[in-house]
Structures are given as C-alpha cells and as structure tokens.
Ligand binder design. Structure first.
Ligand code: SDX
Length: 430
C-alpha cells in the first residue's frame, strides 16, 4: 500500500480510493470498496484496463518489451535454464539447488505413465480429432483417474496433483499424436530429459532405435521455456477463474487448454502457418493480404502480429527468430515459408497502419516454423504451446490457493442493457 489515494467525485459524493504501487513502480487504483462506497461498478470490455489480482510470478512491460520470470530476465532463463528448472522457478518462486531440481525431476518422472484404462479414451476418438480437443478431454479425465489428488486445500494432494499434471501432459500430448496417425503409443523413458522423452514418445516406433536430434531437443527446450508463463493472459486467467471455485487442478488446466486453443490466443501459431501457406499458394501476394488486414470492413488479421500488452517487439519473438534462422542454416533447409515470414515482417513493419498501432510479430509468428523443422505436425503446434504454458498455469493456480488473504471465487458483475420488465405473452397470443 503506498498511502497515496485518488479522489473520485460522483455528483455530490466524493470518495478516496487507495493507490497501490507494484515492484516496478506500476500504479493501480484499488476499487474493491467502490460499490460499497458509491453504488457504482466499473466496466472494461476485455479487461484491457483492469487487473484481476496481484502476482509475484511474471513481470512484463509491453512498452519496453521486458519479460521476467520471478525477477529473472527471459533472455537469461532461455540461455541458462532447462524447462524443468524453469517450471520449478515459476511454481515455487526460487531457482532450485541441484538437489531440489533432481528431487523435482524424480517426482515428475515417477508419474509419467497414464492409468492403462485411459488408453481406451483415445481409442474412442475419430482419427481426425483435433489434438487440442483430445488434450482438453483427456486432461479433464485425470480428475477421474487421479481422485486421491483433487483437493487443492490439502497440501500433499496439491503437490501430487502438480507432479502428476507436469508428468502426464507430455504423455497425453504424444499419445494424441500417435492415435491420429495410427501408430502404437510409445511409453515414457525415465532415463531421458523432459524434452528428449517427449520427442521419443512423439517420433519413436517400436521397430527402430530412436535418438532425438540434439538441435531439436535444444530448440524444443527453448520454445517450452519461452511459452512457460505470461501473466494474466486469456488461458491463465481461465485457469484462475475456474480454479477459484476450488475445483481440482486437472479440471482447471483442462479449461485453460480450451481457452488457449482459440486463434486469437495460442491457436495463432497454427493459424500463422496456415496464413503463410495460403499467401505462398497465392503467388506470395503479400500486398493483397496486408491490404485485407488493414481493411476496417474485413475482420481478416495477420496471425502472429499484435499483442494486447506488447506495443514493442515481443522479446520472445526476437529469441525465436534467431533460433529459427540458425536451425534452417544448420539443417540447410530452404523454407519458402520462413523466407515469406521474414518478408512479411519487413513489409508490415514499414507500413504506417502497423506502425501507428504498434503491431509487431509476437511469440506465435516464428514458433510454427521451428515446430515444422522439428517435424511437429501443424495441428500439434498449440498442443506444444500448452505443454510450455503448463508450469505458468500451475504456478498461478497454486499462487491463488496460497494467497495470504485467502482465495475468493471470481464472479465479475455486469451492466444490464436488456429489456426493462415487461408483461408475459402466452404462446397462443405470440
Ligand atoms: C498470444 O496475452 C498474452 O500474453 C498472449 C500470449 C501469451 O503468451 O499468452 O502472448 C500469446 O496469444 C499472442 C497473440 C497471438 N494472436 C495473434 O497473433 C492473432 C492476431 N493478433 C490479434 O488478433 C490481436 O493483435 C490480439 C488479439 C493479439 C490483441 O488484440 P487487442 O489487444 O484486443 O487489439 P485490438 O483488437 O484492440 O487491435 C487494436 C487495433 C485494431 O485496429 P483499429 O480498430 O484500431 O483500427 O489493431 C488492429 C485492430 O484491428 N489489429 C490488427 C491485428 N491485431 C490488432 N490488424 C491486423 N492484424 C492484426 N494481427
């Protein structure tokens, strides 16, 4: 609390509202007593001006293009951590010691198998089922098979649920892919790292030895780290909203997966590749699509561009672009989609429409190209985003349950603009 206040005059009434100041000097007006004091509520479509909580997990400054996990710059984390170390930092708040990290990894490895009964769930899905629909459904089913870790108020059940969620998500993701291509499920191998293990569950077959390419393991590790958390984005806010009813972690994450699937959010990586492929198929006619994106009467948007918070270059896009370039060079891949992506970026960033609205490439613009190089099919791109974002969802769910002042169910109000009271009309008279 800063001790500062702001005065609000409403007709003859004047109230003082407290100003809170964040770690980096961000200032907010706390309005939790506004309705009691004035009878008024606020209205903010899409919450662009509204904070839903305080949080100690991730700091982002959209104007300066800054992203920090628990105070550590994303550039350092990306360069010096692996994904499980990053997950530990986000969830528990501190970089782990070597012993803490090994114990954490063992707690995850020990739970990577699914209940054998869950395999029948996959068998019931049609082969063309979207992997995000499968992921949400099977993660939700963990609330059926892991009934001894559903109570978020019980510290032991909460921690076991966290280990199970981190351990089983890669397995469920890989099984959903295997199911879609009619190949046998490949079980996790506990001697492998998180990323090596995921790639072998995705691409190994029982009839041959499989060694994940170290370049692809490194690139996947980086992508998962860069996606690991991002404040109160749509899917994280969904996990908090659903979790605030005290439902279990698995059901909360299942809801977050659904929110992430949307093309305006995590689905943008798949939508971005689809967009680039469509432009390429249309003789690389960039101008036509940029004009479409600028047309106020057309809701076409450049996927992978723009951001609610970043009005500067998304720091994650910067890191991903370099890795993308390096992978293409090293694997001597000519990828017309990557060439087109770079050209689109140059053209868009010199166009007044994008400059005025400060629309830059976001995390989804280049990530799809790296997934393509690794061999991840397009429909799995958002599943990879979910795999990366999982520690963030868990960290926010846990932070909410451990909030010092206790947790309140999320229940926004509204401004009613429908019909005033009117007389009922019986069916025969309508
Ligand atoms: C992610 O929140 C997060 O942190 C998300 C994320 C995370 O890590 O969790 O970073 C991940 O979701 C990244 C965003 C991925 N989505 C896309 O790439 C889809 C394309 N982008 C847009 O749809 C849009 O930019 C959003 C949804 C990302 C942000 O939307 P906002 O903040 O609501 O912006 P807006 O719709 O108010 O747009 C402001 C203006 C509008 O024009 P005007 O009405 O002022 O004339 O910019 C225009 C928009 O039409 N605009 C675009 C555009 N994005 C915004 N015009 C063309 N192409 C675009 N991509």
């Amino acid at each position: 609390m800063s001790g500062e206040t702001v005065k609000l005059q409403l007709g003859g009434l004047e109230v003082e509202l407290p100003i809170l100041v964040g770690t980096e000097g961000e200032r907010v007006i706390e309005i939790d007593k506004l309705r009691a004091m004035t009878g008024y509520i606020t209205l903010d479509d899409g919450y662009a001006n509204t904070g839903s909580t305080t949080s100690e997990i991730t700091y982002l400054d959209g104007e300066k293009g800054i992203l920090r996990y628990r105070g550590y710059p994303i550039e350092e984390i990306a360069e010096r951590c692996d994904f499980t170390e990053t997950a530990y930092l986000l969830i528990y708040g501190e970089l782990p010691t070597a012993e803490e990290l090994e114990t954490f990894r063992k707690s995850i490895r020990a739970r990577s198998l699914l209940h054998e009964g869950m395999k029948t769930i996959f068998a019931g899905f049609p082969p063309d089922a979207h992997p995000m629909a499968i992921l949400s459904a099977v993660v939700g089913a963990l609330a059926i098979y892991c009934r001894d870790s559903l109570d978020p108020a019980d510290p032991r059940q909460r921690e076991v649920a966290i280990f199970r969620m981190l351990a089983k998500m890669p397995t469920i993701a890989a099984f959903s892919y295997k199911q879609s291509i009619g190949q046998p499920f490949i079980y996790s191998q506990n001697k492998l790292s998180y990323c090596q293990n995921f790639l072998q569950m995705m691409f190994a077959v029982p009839s041959e030895r499989y060694e994940p390419d170290p370049d692809f393991v490194h690139a996947l590790n980086l992508l998962l780290i860069l996606h690991a958390d991002h404040g109160q984005n749509c899917s994280t806010s969904t996990v908090r909203m659903v979790g605030s009813s005290t439902v279990n972690l698995f059901s909360s994450v299942s809801a977050g997966i659904c929110a992430l699937w949307g093309a305006l959010h995590g689905g943008a990586n798949e939508a971005c590749i689809n967009m680039l492929e469509a432009i390429h198929a249309d003789n690389d006619n960039l101008g036509k699509y940029i004009d479409l994106a600028k047309d106020p009467n057309d809701d076409y948007r450049l996927m992978g561009f723009g951001h609610r918070v970043y009005k500067n270059y998304d720091p994650r896009a910067k890191i991903i672009k370099e890795v993308c370039h390096g992978l293409l060079e090293k694997h001597s891949r000519e990828d017309p989609i990557f060439e087109l992506a770079q050209e689109l970026e140059e053209v868009a960033l010199s166009d007044p429409y994008f400059i005025e609205r400060r629309l830059y490439p976001n995390v989804d613009f280049y990530s799809g190209i790296i997934y393509k190089i690794i061999g991840i099919p397009k429909q799995m791109f958002t599943v990879l985003f979910a795999l990366g974002r999982l520690p963030g969802w868990i960290a926010h769910w846990r932070e909410m349950h451990l909030a010092p002042g206790g947790m309140r169910i999320h229940r926004p109000r509204q401004l009613y603009t429908g019909s005033a009271q009117r007389k009922f009309v019986p069916l025969i008279k309508r």
